[in-house]
Design a protein around this ligand. Structure first.
Ligand code: AMP
Length: 365
């Protein structure tokens, strides 16, 4: 029966071999599922813990067809899996969240358009496809502003700050925006009070469960720490949660949707980005919530009931970036610290090597 949950022993296909896939595979194993990882290198973090691995390119149709035939459902842990890859797999086996959701999330213009169509505010923005159009957009949006590529930007890559005296031709060239990124987007700079995110799990039956809003602190454009819960007014937390649930429902997500937002000085929220996959700002849930984000993803895509997302204790998640992994001995000896390492052989500056969840005050009741 199409709607019956997948029984233990079934196989979940995961596109992408990074740490998000690794932690999904570990959660899946706890519920009795097998994972088959499709990645580009046999030693990637997820491949190390998977029951089966396909090492092939995302445009290798023969490998994709064999993968689709070998799995009972597919999901992804990597944002930029080509839509054509997802659609090809979806012809043979369910893909959650659906390729149509990924198509919105991979494109900064489409995600902002979609949010605004749902009545959810974003920073002001304009599409830009040339230095000339950048000039017009800067005249309309003003400075300071931020030029980003429409596709393939992450962790601040493909972003250029625009000020009143910026040489716009040089900024356009520096951004790397062009036909292969579907152009650029100019966004008004938000003088935010803090950055928060909400992760929502949504099941095949349309039921959803949101985690509490958390605050994300970045260093060098990379997430450094997540503080759970965010120290924001109750009305702001409600607005963040409400926006996240509305977007998840409107996109008909099955699986997880992470929604990153700016909190403005007056306590309002502006959606910045969405990601239909497990998210770094949800790693704290593994140890501090009744059901962690990876288990929720497995439950959602397999058609199981969603778990309880409520928080057992406050937490701070600290990413171990580059040689911060050297401190693992100290973390593993700290009683309230839960260490998670990703099995990456090479330490490189800016590379996420692991994270630590520092568990805080228990939530009463
Ligand atoms: P993004 O790749 O869009 O997540 O941007 C990475 C980081 O750059 C965000 O987490 C913010 O700290 C900052 N940023 C991005 N867009 C804006 C904006 N419009 N205004 C202010 N800061 C921004």
């Amino acid at each position: 029966m199409a709607d019956a949950p997948l029984p233990p022993g079934a196989t979940i296909g995961i596109l992408g071999g990074g740490q998000l896939g690794r932690m999904t595979a570990l959660a899946a194993a706890n519920l009795g599922y097998r994972c088959h990882v499709f990645c580009q290198n046999p030693d990637e973090p997820a491949a190390q813990v998977a029951a089966a691995t396909t090492v092939a390119a995302f445009d290798d149709t023969e490998a994709l067809d064999a993968f689709a035939a070998a799995v009972d459902v597919a999901t992804l842990e990597f944002e930029n899996v080509p839509i054509a890859t997802l659609e090809r797999i979806a012809e043979r086996t369910p893909v959650h969240p659906a390729p149509a959701v990924q198509a919105v999330a991979q494109n900064r213009l489409r995600e902002k358009d979609f949010a605004n169509e749902q009545g959810i505010a974003t920073a002001p923005y304009r599409a830009v496809t040339s230095a000339e159009e950048l000039r017009t957009a800067v005249a309309e949006i003003g400075t300071p502003s931020v030029l980003k590529t429409v596709r393939f930007g992450y962790d601040g890559k493909g972003q250029v700050a625009i000020r009143a005296d910026t040489d716009l031709a040089a900024a356009w060239a520096d951004s790397g925006a062009g036909p292969e990124t579907d152009g650029g987007i100019l966004e008004g700079f938000v003088d935010f009070a803090c950055e928060v995110s909400v992760i929502v799990a949504r099941g095949r039956d349309g039921g959803s469960a949101a985690y509490v809003p958390v605050e994300n602190r970045h260093r060098n454009h990379i997430l450094d720490e997540t503080v759970a819960p965010a120290d924001i007014p109750a009305a702001t937390a409600d607005a963040a949660r409400e926006a996240a649930l509305r977007l998840t429902g409107a996109l008909d997500v099955v699986g997880l949707l992470a929604i990153e937002m700016f909190v403005t000085g007056d306590g309002g929220v502006l959606v910045n980005e969405i990601a239909p996959r497990p998210h770094n700002s949800g790693h704290w849930t593994m140890d501090a919530c009744r059901t962690g984000q990876f288990e929720q993803l497995v439950r959602a895509v397999c058609g199981l009931p969603l778990g309880d997302p409520s928080r057992r204790c406050d937490a701070v998640m600290k990413n171990l970036i580059g040689d911060e992994i050297e401190n693992w001995r100290e973390h593993v000896a700290t009683p309230n610290a839960k260490l998670h390492l990703y099995g990456k052989a090479d330490t490189r500056p800016g590379r996420k090597m692991g994270h630590v969840n520092f568990l805080g005050k228990p939530v009463s009741g």
